[in-house]
Design a protein around this ligand. Structure first.
Ligand code: ZN
Length: 502
């Protein structure tokens, strides 16, 4: 009895060995040991991800390295579906940039060109951009026939033709996923209503980038509650010129914004060069009015000072209190659903196209500019380390996570030989050197005589900087009460006034 069981077990083992050898190096690529965040399967755990033939082949707790031709150790990093940027500029618009050059290094494997092509230029968009990039490029067709080529096109209502636009979308459904109306500088609802008419005909959503100004005859309330349809997207939600989410009088989320969300209107970040402002984003986040989708509005200028690529947009939302898994949801599943392309993309489920981002989360003190260049400090920064598109490694920086001090001080006084850190009304640290980035505000005191009694940790922050007999700067209980030489540089959150009604 015992013998026969052992024989059977040995036979089974022998059979087990043979298939293992047959299946050796089954996979093309194995991403091993990373923290997988896949909102689709609600996974947030250490998993191995195997890729074969451009598809996700297996996601499991442990996949032997011997089963893959190439193994990349991604321990300590986050493995997510390739990021989807719902608002990018690659065609038509004068500030357009290359998806392969700027999206893939950021972990973004799909970009949606927001309004570059019109019905007249969609073929050029396909040939010049869609077919020439490894990144997946989709588009929102501009309601203006010549696309996003300036006011001659974007203000020309006579060339906003719902029938022609819907017809061109029907012919190009593989690459066109919606409609864009943008930059309309004339009064009235003509442009938006024509875009929505085209959207209804072609059964696609409309992304709205619309100005509000005193003589526009348009208001955010009417737009969000009566003109836009459920599933239409308002981009630039943290702007203050295109949609008014936050009341400029009491900083409360507008009741009509809450109602619009309830009726299915979507809100998109669309950071850009002028559309993510702390005075709007901070109170919105505090009241839980987050973007449905995180997008960059990336073009030649937003990529510079505000650094609005996807990992930076996510880092900024995390600084305001969004969790990383939620930010990944809003950068993968949600944008894919907004354009009815889920689960074709935005997931790591087995059988899906292998678009993957490997992200690192740094700890330290990092400065984040809004679109006006106003700075806030955060303690976490997400960066892309590796991008897989269609099963192929298209970017690999070899980046390692960093861990630095995450202490942020209210005020840093730098004298050259000493750094004095202040929190509230007290001196909390005196050291040879503290990096200026750790201060919300900084005073470069080199060349001044610094008097404090006593200059020790825990003492009240009562400090005088003298230039000879002259008292150039006085700090009393941690507050700067005199600053004759303009030394005090505050990086604190900028608060209003709004630039609306220009
Ligand atoms: Zn844009």
């Amino acid at each position: 009895m015992l013998t026969s069981v052992r024989v059977l077990a040995l036979a089974a083992a022998a059979f087990a060995v043979a298939p293992a050898q047959t299946f050796a190096q089954t996979y093309d690529l194995l991403l091993q040991g990373g923290q997988v965040i896949d909102p689709d399967s609600q996974t947030n755990a250490v998993r191995d991800v195997a890729i074969k033939g451009g598809k996700i082949a297996k996601v499991a707790a442990s996949i032997p390295a011997g089963e893959a031709r190439r193994v990349i150790n991604v321990k300590g990093r986050y493995v997510t579906p390739g990021l989807i940027d719902l608002h990018f500029h690659s065609f038509g618009y004068s500030g357009s940039i290359s998806p392969d050059q700027y999206a893939l290094p950021a972990g973004t494997t799909t970009v949606i060109d927001a309004g570059g092509p019109g019905y007249r230029t969609v073929d050029a968009f396909r040939q010049q951009v869609v077919n020439k990039n490894k990144a997946r490029v989709l588009g929102l067709m501009n309601i203006a026939g010549n696309g996003m080529t300036g006011s001659a096109s974007e203000d020309n209502v006579a060339d906003m033709l719902p029938d022609k636009t819907a017809e061109a979308i029907t012919k190009n459904r593989d690459i066109i996923v919606g409609i864009k109306v943008a930059h309309f500088g004339k009064p009235g609802w003509d442009a938006l209503k024509r875009a929505i008419d085209a959207g209804t005909r072609a059964k696609v959503p409309v992304m709205v980038d619309d100005k509000i100004f005193t003589n526009a005859g348009r208001t955010s309330e009417e737009k969000l509650l009566r003109v836009m349809r459920p599933g239409d997207m308002h981009t630039h939600m943290f702007n203050d010129r295109q949609v008014e989410i936050i009341s400029r009088f009491n900083s409360k989320v507008q009741p009509y914004a809450l109602e619009a969300r309830k009726r299915g209107v979507l809100f998109d970040l669309g950071h850009g060069g002028g559309s993510m402002l702390w005075p709007v984003a901070v109170p919105a986040a505090k009241q839980g009015f987050w973007p449905d989708t995180i997008s960059t509005d990336l073009h030649t200028s937003s990529i510079q000072l505000p650094q609005s690529d996807m990992p930076n947009c996510i880092s900024k939302m995390m600084m305001l209190g969004m969790s990383l898994p939620d930010a990944i949801l809003k950068s993968t599943v949600n944008p894919a659903k907004a354009i009815s392309r889920f689960p074709e993309m935005g997931t790591l489920r087995e059988g899906a196209i292998a678009d993957v981002a490997v992200l690192v989360l740094h700890e330290g003190v990092f400065a984040y500019n809004d679109a006006w260049g106003k700075k806030m400090l955060g303690t976490r920064k997400l960066e892309n380390a590796l991008t897989v598109r269609n099963g192929e490694v298209v970017y690999d920086s070899g980046l390692q996570p960093r861990k630095e001090s995450t202490e942020i001080y209210d005020l840093l006084l730098l004298t050259g030989s000493q750094s004095i850190a202040i929190k509230g009304s007290r001196i909390v640290k005196v050291a040879a050197s503290i990096p200026p980035r750790q201060g919300r505000a900084v005073i470069p005191g080199l060349g001044y005589k610094v008097e404090a009694s006593p200059m020790v940790e825990g003492a009240p922050a009562d400090i005088v900087l003298r230039d000879g007999q002259r008292r150039a700067l006085i700090i009393k209980a941690g507050k700067v009460i005199r600053d004759e030489d303009g030394l005090y540089v505050s990086d604190a959150t900028y608060v209003g006034p709004y630039s609306n009604f220009k």
